[in-house]
Design a protein around this ligand. Structure first.
Ligand code: ADA
Length: 892
């Protein structure tokens, strides 16, 4: 009796245990897509962690003895759409518009189960995304160059990118993407093909060893499969025209050369690479940059796209025997995308376009002007146009999470740009993925730190019309939960994010030199950059298109002096506003302090960031005020105006000192791109001037020089003019015969034009300039090959106007090689006037001893002379265009 009794009670116990766990069948068809299986599996896993015994039933028939979550064969309307509906008995029916929709239905249900700790009841959910593509970008790039290599040239290897081979990290990232309903992942790299495919015609093009090649194949396969399960489409980006180093060496070519025409061997190699890639990875899309290393904007772009890239893709499809065109996304970067599209659409259907939302920064949700026109014309082609939220050079490295700014930006993408897709860069440290710039015992991951960045953009890409008051509640709750706090505390944190979130956009759009990542906004700016932005090649498109209507500092000062009215957003207004935003951000985060019960370390870092924003805002505000007094002096010539500037300049340095204290132990660097492309506030070659503590001495010296200048002005009573010394010609030997002329008034600059030099700055008089044919320059560009025993600097005069007849000024925003010889900055501005032409700015190209080639893009330009590289070039504005005198000397 005893044993029987025991057995009986055992049976009973297990029966109780079993009935305690409610049985659930998740019913899907026997033949289901990987996305459906993945979604259902995640749901089953989640249920089994709770009080359920769930399983997948692949019979397609609900079992009436258990609860069923059934994928019906009804279809909802629209791509990625879905519905989740409970019936009276608590069973749940799921439907989707496609496999991604079904995946999203399962994922949504899984999230609700998790949040409620049980299967929710009375569900009536219907949803679908507003934007059709919602993607994130990861760069296979680095803060600096690899030895012996140029910009963007990073073969895929475990040494360079250990994280790329880390499967667990990929899963975490892809899970984040799914949680945010991202459906596209872009991998950015200069020339990925030589890491991913082998070509039998060009075996030597492969850039990685056999073992690495195998690893690359394996990880690429893993990544694309795992992405596919989560409804994510992988897209490989590449620049043009880059070629692999071993290939270049074998053929005696450069890996990239902006002034190189298309040559057959490179075209053939590229076409074959693309074909091989498409054949091997038919489910991977391509994102094409027809710029940077290709000659300017023009027919070459069209030819390269229609005669090399598209045929490459088509060859790959033919080899596969497939007719399914993989997507090709064309970037409107440094190329005339509407013209390229026009030529390409008859050849290939599955085309998309992409252009930068606010350049390489976040500046406004009221974009306008020429750039908005470009976006609209791309949207109106009728293909999908993708908004590229690029690099964010003005947000690095502080935390950014203004839900308000982000929501309004996404609305602008729809309403102003008429676009319907998003491509999102990391919030900061793009070149240093996966790490943030925080100085912490263990490097922080962007994926963790910048969760709110990914979440906010995705949330509004899904639905930009969400009602603001509900959004405030939503984010307050999210932020509260993040820090173990209640919603009220969460609201304070949101306030801090949103107040601070106005600061960097406003500062850059009103005071900055460029929306490009040659400027690191958070490191501050030199006074001369405020008062003489054209000397630094100010990128005016930012003011005209990526900012509300308003005035630059120089415009404001001029109007004040002329007693004219102001228009739109003024520098004085922004200076006041950012200080106010900083104050409010600090007040809000301070209020949150006591409510925080979890994630304390991260909260402390966020709090510190708010103090950084505040110090930065005050630094800028005071420096702008000083700059306005200094510009007044330019008109008044009254030293008293400089006296007025002094206390503001002093106080700006004090705020900067505070910023140094706040960042010293908190940040490794401000900017993740640490190469020679960095120009503002300081040239950042070889990882220098990456931290505030390196820039502080520069600002201190600037202040000292300014005081000294005031003193000397007071003692001499005249605004001193700097003494000049004419440049001396250096000896070089030309490969081809060259004609000279002596630079002076009335000299004729071109062999085939009669126009004369009307005025020039005396430093240039006596130089041996090359007499060139304007017509030949327009047709072929300018290539001068020469040999020099000692390093030389070539002075080149560019016409200060964008026009097809003039060779374009080196521009880092569209050409990462634009500073390879130090030529990006204008050294002598408005230094020569030729009749009937715009003023000429002189740039300097420095070459080492040896055989060199000066190569200029198509269009007229003056090769003014060759001087010893040791001769000091004093940078100034000669003002020959009538724009007034130079006062940069005040700062040394
Ligand atoms: C500019 C920028 C580069 C890169 C490029 C692009 O040249 O300086 O870092 O972002 O644009 O691809 O858009």
């Amino acid at each position: 009796g005893y044993t029987v009794c025991m057995m009986f009670s055992l049976l009973l116990n297990s029966a109780i245990a079993k009935t305690a766990k409610e049985k659930i069948n998740v019913v899907i068809p026997a033949q289901a897509n990987v996305r459906v299986v993945f979604g259902a599996t995640q749901l089953v896993k989640q249920l089994n962690q709770l009080n359920y015994q769930a399983q997948i039933a692949k019979n397609n028939k609900p079992n009436t003895r258990v609860k069923n979550i059934t994928l019906t064969n009804q279809k909802t309307n629209g791509k990625e759409s879905y519905a989740i509906v409970s019936d009276a008995k608590g069973n749940i029916n799921i439907a989707g518009g496609d496999d991604s929709g079904i995946l999203y239905a399962f994922t949504t249900l899984t999230e609700q189960v998790k949040a409620q700790g049980k299967l929710p009841q009375n569900l009536q959910i219907k949803d679908k995304p507003e934007m059709v593509l919602r993607g994130t970008a990861i760069g296979l790039q680095k803060p600096d160059y690899l030895p012996g290599r140029d910009v963007y040239e990073y073969p895929y290897t475990p040494e360079t990118f250990p994280w790329f081979y880390d499967k667990q990290q990929w899963i975490a990232y892809l899970d984040m993407m799914l949680a945010n309903r991202y459906n596209s992942l872009y991998l950015w790299n200069g020339h990925p093909f030589s890491s991913l495919v082998k070509l039998k015609e060009y075996p030597y093009a492969l850039e990685v060893d056999e073992a690495t090649f195998k690893k690359n194949e394996e990880i690429f396969k893993f990544l694309t499969e795992e992405a596919d399960k989560r409804g994510i489409w992988v897209i490989q980006m590449f620049y043009n025209i880059l070629i692999p180093k071993p290939f270049a060496e074998k053929h005696g070519l450069k890996t990239q050369d902006r002034n190189r025409p298309i040559i057959p061997i490179i075209a053939d190699y590229t076409q074959k690479s693309i074909a091989a890639f498409v054949q091997k990875y038919p489910n991977v899309g391509l994102l094409v940059t027809l710029g940077e290393a290709m000659e300017g904007v023009g027919q070459d772009d069209i030819d390269w796209f229609t005669k090399t890239i598209i045929p490459g893709v088509q060859d790959g499809l033919k080899a596969l025997g497939s007719k399914t065109e993989p997507p090709i996304v064309l970037r409107a970067h440094d190329s005339d995308a509407p013209a390229v599209m026009k030529a390409a659409l008859p050849l290939y259907k599955n085309l998309y376009t992409m252009a930068k939302y606010n350049g390489e920064a976040l500046t406004t949700y009221t974009p306008r002007g020429k750039w908005a026109d470009l976006h609209r014309s791309l949207s109106r082609i009728g293909t999908v146009h993708v908004q590229n939220v690029h690099i964010l050079a003005n947000l690095e490295p502080f935390r950014y999470g203004s839900a308000d700014f982000i929501q309004k930006s996404v609305q602008a993408m729809h309403h102003v740009y008429e676009a319907n897709a998003l491509h999102l860069y990391p919030q900061a440290s793009y070149w240093d993925w996966p790490y943030t710039a925080d100085k912490a015992p263990n490097r922080l991951m962007q994926l963790d730190r910048d969760w709110i960045w990914y979440k906010a953009w995705a949330r509004y890409a899904w639905d930009s019309k969400r009602e603001r008051s509900a959004e405030i509640a939503y984010w307050s709750k999210e932020l509260g939960a993040k820090y173990g706090a209640n919603q009220e505390t969460g609201k304070y944190i949101l306030d801090a994010y949103e107040e601070s979130g106005e600061i960097s956009p406003k500062l850059l759009r009103r005071f900055g030199i460029t929306d490009g990542n040659r400027q690191t906004l958070t490191l501050g700016m030199l006074t001369t950059q405020f008062i003489n932005p054209f000397r630094y090649g100010v990128f005016t498109l930012m003011y005209e298109s990526e900012a509300p209507e308003g005035e630059m500092i120089i415009d404001y000062a001029e109007k004040e002096w002329k007693k004219q009215g102001h228009i739109g957003e003024t520098p004085v207004q922004v200076a006041k506003e950012v200080v106010e935003h900083g104050r409010k951000a600090i007040a809000a985060i301070e209020k949150a302090k006591t409510g925080v019960k979890a994630n304390q370390d991260e909260f402390d870092r966020l709090l510190n960031d708010m103090y950084c924003y505040d110090a930065m805002a005050n630094f800028y505000a005071d420096k702008v005020t000083a700059a306005l007094w200094i510009l007044k002096f330019k008109y008044s010539n009254d030293v008293k105006d400089l006296d007025q500037a002094l206390p503001f300049l002093e106080s700006s340095v004090q705020h900067y000192q505070k910023l140094v204290r706040l960042t010293e132990n908190h940040y490794l660097y401000a900017n993740s791109m640490q190469t020679k492309q960095r120009k503002i506030p300081m040239r950042g070659v070889d990882k220098t001037f990456i931290h505030w503590k390196e820039v502080l001495p520069v600002f201190e010296t600037e202040l000292k020089n300014f005081k000294h200048s005031i003193d000397s002005l007071k003692s001499t009573k005249t605004a001193s003019n700097i003494a000049f010394k004419a440049y001396e010609n250096a000896v070089v030997k030309f490969q081809d015969k060259q004609l000279y002329y002596t630079v002076k008034e009335q000299a004729k600059a071109f062999t085939d034009e009669d126009l004369q030099i009307k005025a020039l700055t005396p430093e240039l008089v006596g130089l041996n300039a090359l007499q060139l044919s304007a017509e030949a320059q327009i047709k072929n560009g300018t290539q001068i090959t020469f040999t020099n025993v000692k390093p030389v600097t070539v002075l080149v005069g560019f016409f200060n106007k964008k026009d097809a007849q003039f060779s374009p000024t080196p521009e880092l925003e569209t050409d990462a090689s634009a500073n390879n010889y130090g030529q990006a900055e204008s050294k002598l501005s408005n230094a020569i006037i030729i009749e009937n032409y715009p003023a000429i700015n002189v740039h300097a190209y420095t070459f080492p001893a040896g055989k060199n080639t000066l190569s200029l893009a198509k269009g007229k330009a003056l090769v003014l002379g060759f001087i010893d590289a040791n001769q000091k070039i004093k940078i100034f504005d000669a003002g020959l265009n009538g724009n007034g005198r130079d006062i940069d000397w005040l700062f040394g």
